[in-house]
Design a protein around this ligand. Structure first.
Ligand SMILES: [Zn+2]
Length: 114
């Protein structure tokens, strides 16, 4: 028990950069619409404007893009809480090469069914 053998994969910082860049790219798809919307709102409704922008980002993405963005958000969350890189099913470390190809995966190869 305990975490004394916790193995921090060396590429975590790069993985985070990749994920953050991907998230920005997805969000950028909705940003133009968001800016357009904000122009029509009074200046004192910044919160409301931001909420609308967030909605529009999601609406601007198709279903696949939305699912991908959610996976990216979740992966960044796992980087934050330290669980990134372990399988959500069996708890094993996910192969680093697998993470390189599928940085948002939360399942090891075996649990992903291949
Ligand atoms: Zn597993």
């Amino acid at each position: 028990m305990g975490t004394k053998t916790s193995r921090k994969p060396a590429h975590l910082a790069q993985t985070r950069e990749r994920l953050v860049a991907q998230r920005a790219r997805f969000e950028g798809q909705g940003a133009r619409i968001g800016r357009h919307l904000r122009e029509g709102l009074p200046a004192d409704s910044e919160d409301q404007a931001q909420a609308l922008v967030n909605d529009e980002v999601m609406n601007a993405l198709d279903q696949n893009g939305r699912a991908e963005l959610e996976k990216i958000e979740a992966a960044i969350g796992r980087l934050d809480d330290g669980s990134y890189g372990t399988c959500a099913v069996c708890g094993a470390w996910i192969d680093e090469r697998r993470l390189e190809v599928l940085p948002t995966t939360e399942h090891c190869r075996a649990c992903a069914g291949q």
